[in-house]
Design a protein around this ligand. Structure first.
Ligand SMILES: *Cc1c(COP(=O)(O)O)cnc(C)c1O
Length: 380
């Protein structure tokens, strides 16, 4: 059976060149980077090279990059690191209603420990209004955390503007750039902290980085050894770091933006031409080049996914049954979708290896599935 992967926002395959670069660091060059002998120094040198490549992707300097275990840790590190180092100044944090759980649950955790969290709403396209952020800042605000682009609906936020406001008010600004790093150009974004994760752009899983601008006051995340200049203890994931460095280098040379945009727009047009009663979620133009998110009225996203999977197509949904909760995604709720419309959502995310044939196959396969499910649907 044909297999088509349209879930690149969940994870991407590791690029063969990335794997090749990592390979020697498992057996031949396995040293602990903290060791003073040659084995150690070889590993340490590899980490520093990878750090430079990672920094280059976002226009930072190498000593502003700390390697972590992924996007989740980077988000937690950024938020808790700022919160616990600056709580004497104040305990107010501003974030949005559409953040990834790695940010929102971390804020929840802090809310239970005496911090006040303001959740900025978004408009129907998923956009945060920078003016709303500005109005919410008080003299107790220590951090603003707003994502660069949303992982479900693909909306790209006006980060530079929000970062400018934060700077003007002397408040730290963090952005979760896990969906944009390696996909669209990022140049520090005027932020103090930026999270990214290798497996979202053709690197390995379990490795990520946090950009921490020079002079940022924060506490370290893991306590133990002196790795990462005392900011994150634990023996470094050398193969992972090497892989992330390579993935950053590859991304810099080839982001596939044009190719993805063409396929994305072809897909959106095809869906609207062939399936009645659907809506596009997210912004029509301020959106990730690889993201399509639609709601298909009168049916459940979950059933669509299962039927697509039977035909070899991997996609994702904001319908909640998988997560065991009855509520649809907080993102779809935040853009104001009715529950039943949110439940019919389907996310198709493209990547480097998506072909024209993949899109044609999806456009042949999905309409009959929708027709069949609608014929059986009690929601009509
Ligand atoms: C995937 C993702 C994360 C989590 O990254 P992991 O490396 O899987 O922990 C965080 N934020 C966003 C926006 C994501 O898409």
């Amino acid at each position: 059976m044909k297999r088509v992967y349209l879930d690149y926002a969940a994870t991407t395959p590791t690029h063969p060149d990335v794997l090749a670069e990592m390979q020697p660091y498992f057996f031949l060059k396995f040293g602990n980077p903290s060791s003073i002998h040659q084995f150690g120094q070889e590993a340490k040198a590899a980490i520093e090279t990878a750090r430079e490549k990672t920094a280059k992707l976002i226009g930072a300097s190498a000593d502003e990059i700390v390697f972590t275990s992924g996007g989740t840790e980077s988000d937690n590190f950024a938020i808790e690191g700022i919160a616990f180092a600056n709580e004497k100044k104040g305990k107010h944090i501003i974030t949005s209603k559409i953040e990834h759980h790695a940010v929102s649950e971390c804020c929840e955790f802090l809310a239970k420990r005496g911090f006040t969290i303001t959740h900025i709403p978004v408009d129907k396209f998923g956009l945060v209004d920078p003016e709303d952020v500005k109005k919410t800042i008080t003299d107790k605000t220590i951090l603003i955390s707003i994502m660069h682009a949303n992982n479900e609906i693909g909306t790209i936020e006006p980060i530079a503007e929000i970062a400018g406001i934060a700077k003007e008010k002397g408040v730290y600004f963090h952005t979760d750039a896990v969906q944009t790093a390696g996909h669209i150009p990022i140049n520090k974004l005027n932020a103090d902290l930026i999270s990214f994760s290798a497996h979202k752009f053709y690197g390995p899983k379990g490795i990520g980085a946090l950009y921490i601008k020079k002079g940022t006051r924060m506490v370290s995340f893991l306590h133990g050894g002196a790795q990462e200049k005392n900011r994150r203890a634990s023996t470094e994931n050398v193969p992972g770091i090497v892989g992330m460095g390579k993935a950053c280098e590859l991304a810099q040379n080839d982001m596939a933006i044009e190719k993805e945009t063409i396929l994305r727009d072809k897909l959106i047009k095809g869906l609207f031409d062939q399936i009645p009663e659907i809506v596009l979620n997210g912004h029509p133009t301020l959106r990730l080049p690889n993201n399509v998110n639609i709601s298909i009225k009168h049916i459940e996203g979950e059933s669509i996914l299962i039927n697509l999977d039977l035909m070899g197509i991997a996609a994702s949904s904001g319908s909640a049954c998988t997560s065991g909760s009855l509520d649809p995604s907080h993102v779809l709720m935040a853009i104001g979708l009715a529950h039943e419309v949110a439940h019919g959502s389907l996310r198709l995310t493209l990547g480097k290896y998506t072909t024209d044939d993949d899109i044609i196959y999806l456009l042949e396969t999905l309409p009959p599935i929708v027709k069949k499910l609608r014929a059986m649907s009690p929601l009509k």
